[in-house]
Ligand binder design. Structure first.
Ligand SMILES: [Zn+2]
Length: 128
């Protein structure tokens, strides 16, 4: 079990050991803990109900920052899409108003621009 949490904490690019088949491999992405989808499924089938969420899941979440044409900056909880023909002028949105967002000071993150083709993926981290 601790190998699973160790793998979650390991840096991308470091060598980790699969908790199921014990194969060693290089961690390729942030949340990776298993060598393959098969090992991941086997692990969760065997450990259903007795794995507690790691610190990572408890203290972090993902969001997306996007700037509307009028300069307004918003933090979205799901990926927004660029909408050019919106009633209120060109902005980012979600189909059927389903997306939730938080207004962010418009002077923050000047690197996030309306011209961007994709929203900027960010992490919200609780400082312990
Ligand atoms: Zn494996």
């Amino acid at each position: 079990m601790s190998k699973y949490h160790d793998n979650k904490k390991a840096a991308v690019g470091s060598e980790i050991e699969c908790p199921v088949c014990h194969k060693k491999f290089k961690k390729a992405q942030y949340s990776q803990a298993f060598c393959s989808r098969e090992c991941k499924d086997r692990f969760w089938n065997a450990n259903r109900g007795n794995v507690k969420p790691s610190d990572e899941a408890v203290f972090k979440m993902e969001g997306w920052l996007a700037r509307d044409k009028n300069g307004k900056l918003r933090l979205w909880v799901s990926v927004p899409q660029k909408e050019m023909n919106f009633d209120h002028g060109a902005s980012w949105g979600r189909p059927c108003e389903m997306g939730e967002w938080i207004k962010v000071d418009k002077d923050a993150f000047p690197s996030v621009k309306w011209e961007d083709l994709e929203p900027a993926r960010v992490e919200i981290v609780i400082k312990k």
